[in-house]
Design a protein around this ligand. Structure first.
Ligand code: ARG
Ligand code: ZN
Length: 863
């Protein structure tokens, strides 16, 4: 039965203190837990969660609990009549982390024991309410053999170390901050440590420790530097400081997600820790920096203030994503970061909002909460915070944040608590708020991407442009009626010489609104720069002429709107080509505009040009196609890239000369030059330029991973000798580094070869393929689904193969399998043949035995 937001009630006990003793033995682990419990209110049975636990003993206030005084069934331990006064419950359980392939709870990854408890993994370690609103002070004693587990880590401070007999030892950890079970962590194994020191603004000395496998020490500098930058940024921008004497980060190879913010003991997917310029791309370095920041920022937005229940997940995730986005914007280019985030939102979150798994930022119910770690909760959630920031401005928003922290520090809060704090803090200056906060809260409950339709009238005599705006949100599964939302809409007029007048912020909160903008009387209609900085996460319906888009592309002072104008033209070109009717006028105009940009470039700041030239993502094109024809879109993209390479050959070659000088610069310097180089190689190679292919091939053996991977991306879609040579050289060079080899697996799996399916099968049998590592599974199976001609083969063979693979993964790792099942989410948008083939694959998956995680996703796909 689903869990419902409306059914929330507090747990009927308080649990102020927990003592855990974890005894690590060669074949199993014994977990003894002592819970200090205090009944709060009426006489109720005590119910604790527990999954796959073998009970050794249960004691209440020191006495064994008799067999008929408790029951353990359906993952629930019930003590029928607990005392009405405070009492101590001690349980001892045996667990088997050595055969736990789910990567939840305590599990083994490459000889290392580590935990993942969010969202509901702690119940696989011992009996516990395992809900985020039960906060306790934890003491954890870990005992193991020193030979196999010299390092024993948990949350908080190490308060004692013991030398025991038989080569065993123990370490006891105490965390002074009350926390829920999902933030518990434990790591035991053989690890190398890299140490550093950070002194906080108020003078606390914090020992920073990064723990990696032997041999990986040289690749830890970037992560450590990123951590220090994150700590300094949160002090400067949010006045939030770290609160303990040590901060640990552990890199593990087998991990379902990116990373986890456990109090003072972050656990990271090793691909998000280990990196330098030779082994990681510029984009990966920036991503690592931002994930390190994200987990660090959780210490306040997540740990000190946590979630009342899992419906509030976006309280911590949306806010923390907003914080990490701001961090990256401050450290690098704010314009480029905003553009990349919008591109990602449109291609993942808008797609989710438009399909069968659409759900609000605050869902009303769920079956498996793991299925809701989505781009809606994270990225759309961050957009809601960003809109509050836009509506209030930096100063008022920050006063709201300070109010939130002072009201809710040390508690488990709700999204309503958050919005109310922001609003109350902002209003301390006595000024009107400027928007209806009750209406704003609708954003949390309403799924779907709003459509903003804009019509306009230009009065040349007065020089006034009048806008008529309407908003509506299309129905989503289980939510047919939609209400108007609060939309902050930033607009300006753009003429031949740039922006005319000031930008305006229209706050729309009903179905309709109108606005008049002052332009130059007597002149031609100016271009409309709408939704500047992407001030609200909506789809815009507005008729814009080619001339207007070109004017914005050339003269708008908002980099997002400039980029958006170019994207609009590129979308037109690609959709027209995919429908078999290329639009020669738009193509010629766009090429001309790009040529001007390329000619004007003389080095430096190349990242802005690189994002401007990047083509729109597949998902956003598919959203505009009916029915969706993936191979036609794929072919259109390849042909257009070749056309760009032919028409712009001269400026692209000049560009390569300019950029070469930036190749050796260390990240973040030089990334613009490297991005543009990759783009030029792709376009020129697609146009048949042998010299570009050669340059690319050489880069695969060079010192920059960014260039090597750009080279592989340029060559990979083509049936040329250099492609196979390049892939082979890359494999030979990196075969002993699993984190890097995953990129090779992904490229191999997505190479559009005629025998693509057999090759993907062979990759799954490859000696270097690790079927228990979600990274490797995502590389091969994710690569395969990006292999458009093979995955979308009209006979349905690609879909059937994928369904079989998902079923196989589901038997070992439901969290990873249920995420993969979402590749079928757009089945109803394809033409009849693909539609029925994909539907059959979904039914085939549904007919087998599925975990509740995957069953929930499959059920959503079938409604
Ligand atoms: N809280 C983590 C983060 O975003 C994600 C952990 C998700 N884990 C899961 N099993 N769903 O930083
Ligand atoms: Zn997070």
């Amino acid at each position: 039965a689903p869990v419902r937001l409306a059914d929330y009630s507090p747990w009927p006990f308080a649990l102020p203190a927990i003592h855990l003793a974890v005894d690590i033995r060669p074949g199993d682990v014994l977990v003894t837990s002592r819970l200090d419990l205090e009944p709060r209110g009426g006489a109720e049975a005590l119910q604790l969660r527990g999954v796959d636990l073998e009970i050794c003993s249960i004691k209440l206030n020191g006495d064994d609990v008799a067999g008929d005084d408790y029951s353990y069934r359906d993952q629930l331990l019930t003590i029928h009549s607990p005392p009405s006064k405070p009492f101590v419950l001690e349980t001892c359980c045996r667990i088997d982390p050595y055969n736990n392939s789910s990567l939840e709870g305590l599990y083994v990854s490459g000889g290392l024991l580590s935990t993942q408890c969010e969202a509901e993994g702690f119940r696989r370690i011992t009996f516990h309410p395992d809900r985020p609103d039960v906060l306790s002070r934890w003491t954890v004693r870990i005992e193991a053999s020193r030979a196999s587990c010299p390092v024993l880590l948990s949350n908080g401070n190490a308060i004692s170390e013991e030398e025991l007999t038989d080569g065993r030892h123990a370490v006891t950890w105490k965390d002074p901050f009350p926390k829920p079970s999902y933030l518990f962590a434990l790591v035991a194994g053989e690890l190398r440590e890299i140490r550093d020191l950070y002194t906080t603004a108020s003078g606390r000395a914090v020992t920073l420790r990064l723990h990696v496998e032997e041999g990986d020490e040289p690749y830890s500098t970037h992560a450590m530097e990123s951590l220090k930058r994150s700590m300094a940024w949160d002090e400067q921008v949010y006045q939030l400081e770290y609160d303990l004497d040590e901060y640990n980060i552990v890199a593990v190879r087998h991990f379902n997600m990116g990373a986890m913010e456990n109090k003072s003991l972050n656990i990271f997917n090793s691909k998000l820790v280990l990196a330098d310029a030779e082994t990681a791309t510029d984009a990966e370095l920036e991503r690592i920096e931002s994930v390190i920041a994200h987990e660090y920022f959780h210490n306040w937005s997540g740990n000190r203030i946590t979630c009342r229940d899992w419906f509030q997940l976006s309280l911590k995730e949306g806010l923390t994503v907003f914080r990490d986005q701001s961090f990256t914007a401050d450290l690098h280019s704010a314009a480029v970061k905003r553009i990349e985030d919008v591109a990602m939102l449109r291609n993942t979150q808008f797609r989710e909002d438009a399909g069968p798994t659409a759900h609000p930022v605050k869902p009303a119910e769920y079956q498996a909460i793991d299925n809701f770690y989505t781009t809606t909760i994270y990225e759309k959630g961050a957009e809601l915070i960003r809109m509050l920031h836009t509506l209030l401005g930096q100063e008022r928003f920050m006063r709201g944040m300070a109010t939130y922290v002072s009201r809710f520090d040390g508690t488990a809060a709700t999204t309503e608590d958050f919005v109310q704090s922001i609003v109350d803090g902002a209003a301390q200056d006595g000024q009107p708020l400027g928007f209806d906060s009750e209406r704003f809260k609708r954003w949390y409950h309403q799924a779907g991407t709003p459509e903003l339709t804009v019509q306009r009238q230009w009065d040349a005599v007065k020089g006034e442009l009048t806008l008529e705006l309407r908003q509506s949100t299309p129905p989503t599964p289980g939510q047919t009626e939609k209400q108007p939302l609060v939309l902050p809409i930033a607009v300006a007029l753009v003429g031949e010489k740039g922006r005319i007048g000031e930008e305006q912020l229209l706050v729309m909160d009903g179905d309709q609104a109108s606005l008049t903008l002052q332009g130059d009387p007597g002149s031609a209609a100016p271009a409309l720069s709408l939704l500047r900085r992407f001030s609200a996460p909506v789809n815009v319906q507005l008729e814009q002429s080619l001339q207007e888009s070109l004017q914005l592309l050339a003269h708008d002072d908002d980099p997002f709107s400039r980029w958006d104008a170019g994207q609009r033209l590129a979308r037109q070109v690609l959709l027209a080509r995919a429908s078999g009717e290329p639009d020669a006028t738009v193509e010629a105009a766009l090429i001309q505009a790009l040529r001007q940009r390329l000619n004007a470039f003389d080095g430096g700041g190349g990242q802005d040009l690189a994002v401007l030239l990047a083509l729109p993502g597949t998902a956003e094109l598919e959203a505009l196609q009916n029915p969706v024809d993936p191979p036609a879109l794929y072919a259109a993209r390849r042909e257009w890239i070749a056309e760009l390479g032919r028409q712009l050959a001269d400026p692209l070659n000049q560009l390569l000369d300019v950029c070469r000088g930036e190749w050796p610069q260390a990240w973040p310097a030089g990334q613009g030059g490297r991005s543009l180089t990759g783009l030029a190689w792709s376009w020129l190679a697609a146009a048949g330029d042998a010299e570009a292919r050669n340059q690319a091939l050489e880069a695969v053996s060079g010192p920059s991973m960014t260039l090597a991977r750009a080279a592989l991306r340029a060559l990979q879609p083509m049936e040329v000798d250099e492609r196979d040579l390049a892939l082979d050289r890359f494999y030979q060079r990196w075969q002993d580094k699993p984190v890097i080899l995953d990129a090779w697996f992904a490229l191999e799996a997505s190479a559009p070869r005629t025998d693509g399916l057999q090759r993907v099968q062979a990759l799954l049998e490859h000696p270097r393929f690790d079927p228990l590592a979600p990274n490797s599974l995502r590389a091969v199976l994710g690569g395969f689904t990006a292999n458009v001609p093979v995955f979308h083969a009209i006979d349905g063979s690609g879909y059937r193969f994928m369904a079989d693979q998902i079923a196989a993964v589901d038997r070992r790792n439901p969290i990873t399998a249920s995420r993969m099942a979402k590749v079928f989410s757009r089945w109803s948008s394809y033409g009849v043949d693909r539609q029925s083939a994909m539907r059959q694959a979904i039914d085939q998956l549904a007919a087998g035995e599925l975990s509740s995680n995957t069953a929930e996703v499959v059920a959503m796909l079938r409604t």
